[in-house]
Design a protein around this ligand. Sequence first.
Ligand SMILES: [Zn+2]
Length: 432
Amino acid sequence: MVILKSAYKFRAYPSKDQKEILNRQMYLSKEIYNLLLNYSKSYYKETKKTLTEYRMNVWLTKLKKKRSEFNELHFQVLQNVSKRISDAYKSFFRRYKEKKQGKKQGKKVKVGFPRYRTFVSSLTFPQSNGFKVERKRISLSKVGRINFVNHREIEGKTKTCTIKTTKSGEWYITLSVEKEDTIPFVNKGEQAGIDLGISNYRTLSDKLVLQNKHIPKKTRNKLRQLQKTISRRKKGSHKRKKAILNFARKYEHISRIKEDHLHRLSDNLVHSYSFIAYEELNIANMVKNHNLARSIGEESWGNLINYLQYKAESAGCAVVCVNPRNLTQECSDCGNIKKGEEALTLKNRTYHCFVCGLTMDRDLNASKVIKRRGLEKFNSWTSERSRILPSRKEGNSTTPGQGGSYASGDIVRPRLQEADVIERGTILGVSR
Ligand SMILES: [Zn+2]
């Protein structure tokens, strides 16, 4: 049996008293964290061994007898601190190993030893007796019943509950959930790859083109003007604060328009296709980009991927991310990769393959490569899963209309007419 893990995040509204209790517990958690870290360091000095989570917990029980204030914390919240330290050590050793290996390959990996904390901004209640989820409230042991906005139905068994506060003083609850993996429902749509290039348009491997929501020049200029106003105002002045607020409001307004468009676009995609592959986005490069209009655009495409991922399962669509390496240089037909002087530059809009003679729009070629890479990845993944789940081999009786067995890695389904897709997805329009 395969267990799927997922998480649900909700906005929470603790009362004034509850906030006080939570802040106090976070303060105590910080104290415990630093005490434990200190203890594990000295333990290592004496024994040359790392402290196990079990030993940390034994030590905590003794500590509680000496310092009664730690009884204010639920014992599992306390034990979660041991887990956090143990995880910090594990990741330290993992990165240390990576650093050693990385040196050989000329890569730089940053390694930081677990550090003392100046604050802790979240508490985790493991297992189900530390917390209980009700319809509009969540009761946390030794805190109370906290109001939260339950906007989604929770599917599966809740395992942990984490309450967290942000810098602006908002509170959030995250529930981690486990559920048994069921045979996925698969819709009858085609398979596609999306090329996420650099423009406002995105090409699908079946020649359809996605368009980002167009924001009129007037609106964009207004935004730029508001941004300039901020830099003209004196730092720390009241007028500057007001200018920042005005800019933020306009920016968020534009973001909402784009988001709405992306929600409709992603709905369309997951219902029109049974399989979508996309290239992994380089977040680091996106952050570096200071061009405002561009950054809004790129942010949008990042959101599109998020929406696709969380909408895919219920719509019967599989979404797979692929390695973007050499994407634009690879021929979608014969797989040859252009190198050196042959390589495509940004100016070349057409891909021409000297090996097999293929001539194609460069974005279309890239999206076809993405689709192929995605399918390769997905097929090896499904055949791996079928090894874990042998019963799946004849398991498609519960999903009527599904052509072929899901488990065998054969995901070819009846082809949809291109016209159908265009009709179903009005936003998918613009054909090249
Ligand atoms: Zn070729």
